[in-house]
Write a protein that binds this ligand. Structure first.
Ligand SMILES: Nc1ncnc2c1ncn2[C@@H]1O[C@H](COP(=O)(O)OP(=O)(O)O)[C@@H](O)[C@H]1O
Ligand SMILES: [Mg+2]
Length: 448
């Protein structure tokens, strides 16, 4: 087992496609890190560079402290589990699991021992003599995991290993993968486009967009303190509602106008988000999670903490009721929200440029709201999120240093350039600098 470090890793394919840029990740020994993002954001490419299946265009990948850029895949001591687990149909489960070890000419007794142990971990003991075609989808996926486990690698690399399974089995296998990883304690990088999978599996989750890391943090932190609009909208289901609003008032009486409805920003918000005071008198992007709203007739809603609208769609989930209503506020249109819309498959321009926004609230099942009813929605205004409309960045802290100040005192704030300079969590937070650098580089290219 070993730590895996990606330092300023980039990938440009021969046709000029930039799939990954300036990717910095420190995956600790025994950690389960999930790489998540929309299809095409570079997850597979990043994983294949770690596996040695794709040439690394820029930066370095280290496993157990050794740079492996030039080490061929089979000598990297990492095991990859793919989405399509291609088992050999004519071999038994035992032979399939042990196949790689047989190729490596390990002693028969050693292979038998390792396969037996893996079968036990995976609950496959009874099936060792079966052929793959006589197994369920979940069992086949377990066999594929078994092939990786018996290699006793330094790290597991998994690329959407559950995406061929039906929903129920996926949930079950998800729990198993978590358990197996915990039992074996093997450093794991797991790729998925499914944010639920990412949140439930990862010790930390790294969110990517268009080849660039947006934020890496433990799941709850990602949810509670998204660094930008993309992470805010990508993590959480149903997604965070995003609306344009105007901040007014004073520090001790902060008001938010959203589509003509006025909210009083909850006490404590400015303490959590000191930089918000710079936005008084300006437009901001406001985020409201569905669970931070409730049927006002079931909750205490004081003045300045409610939306009034009409229920357009009421979806009962049993445990909750999703109520959709419209607010006459402009949609938040930034590069981030366009990317989210693209990922959700909606018609980007058509749907975003409207002066009203559909909001989804998660009500208690005790609500009696029906489609077409007027609704009063109470909003927990202490849990509102705020983002800059120009940069998409979440509004949290005031800049710690004036911009002109030399960076002498704060080297830890720049992204990790070397593995040593990277105390896990802080450096992992995005700085927003990457995009600027990129744009600068491109501009330079064009000058030539
Ligand atoms: N062999 C290749 N040649 C050129 N472009 C590629 C190649 N493989 C992937 N890409 C492109 O690189 C980007 C990232 O792809 P990929 O890593 O597969 O994303 P993900 O796994 O997140 O869906 C996409 O734009 C994809 O079209
Ligand atoms: Mg992929």
């Amino acid at each position: 087992m070993a730590e895996v470090v990606l330092a300023r890793v980039g990938k440009v394919y021969p046709d000029g496609t930039r799939a990954v840029g300036d990717l910095n990740l420190n995956i600790a020994d025994g950690e389960f890190l999930v790489l998540v993002g929309p299809s095409g954001c570079g997850k597979t490419t990043a994983l294949r560079m770690v596996a040695g299946l794709e040439e690394i265009s820029e930066g370095t990948v280290s496993v157990g402290g050794k740079v492996v850029n030039r080490v061929p895949s089979r000598d990297r001591d990492v095991a990859m589990v793919f989405q399509s687990y291609a088992l050999y149909p004519h071999l038994s489960v035992r032979q399939n699991i042990g196949f790689g070890l047989t190729l490596r000419k390990l002693p028969k007794a050693e292979i038998r021992k390792r396969v037996d142990e893996a079968a036990q971990t995976l609950g496959l003991e009874e099936y060792l003599d079966r052929r793959p075609r006589n197994l369920s989808g979940g069992q086949r996926q377990r066999v594929a995991m078994g092939r990786a486990i018996v290699r006793e690698p330094q790290a597991f690399l998994m690329d959407e290993p559950l995406s061929n399974l039906d929903a129920k089995l996926r949930v079950q296998m998800r729990a198993e993968i978590a358990r197996i990883q915990r039992d074996l304690g093997v450093t794991t990088i797991y790729v998925t486009h499914d944010q639920t999978e990412a949140m439930t599996l990862g010790h930390r989750v790294a969110v990517m967009k268009k080849g660039e890391l947006q934020q890496v943090a433990p799941p709850q932190e990602l949810y509670d303190r998204p660094a930008n609009l993309f992470v805010a909208g990508f993590i959480g289901s149903p997604a965070m509602n995003l609306l344009r609003g105007e901040l007014s008032g004073a520090e001790d009486d902060l008001r938010l106008n959203v589509g003509g409805q006025e909210l009083r920003v909850g006490a404590g918000v400015l303490e959590q988000r000191p930089a918000l005071r710079e936005y008084i008198g300006r437009s901001v992007a406001v985020g409201v999670r569905p669970e931070d709203m409730e049927d006002a007739s079931l909750a205490e809603a004081t003045d300045g903490s409610r939306f009034t609208s009409t229920a357009e769609l009421v979806e009962s989930m049993g445990s909750d009721v999703m109520v959709h209503f419209t607010i006459e506020a402009g949609a938040v249109v930034t590069e981030d929200t366009k990317e989210l819309a693209r990922d959700a498959g909606s018609d980007v321009l058509g749907e975003l440029e409207t002066p009203h926004t559909v909001v989804v609230a998660r009500f208690s099942p005790r609500t009696e709201v029906k489609v077409g009813d007027a609704v009063e929605v109470s909003v927990d205004t202490t849990r509102l999120h705020f983002f800059d409309l120009d940069t998409s960045a979440a509004i949290w802290d005031l800049p710690s240093e004036p911009a002109e100040e030399p960076a002498a005192e704060t080297p830890a704030e720049t992204p990790a350039e070397t593995p040593e300079a990277a105390p896990e969590d802080e450096t992992a937070a995005p700085t927003g600098d990457e995009t600027g650098d990129e744009a600068g580089d491109e501009a330079k290219e064009e000058d030539k």
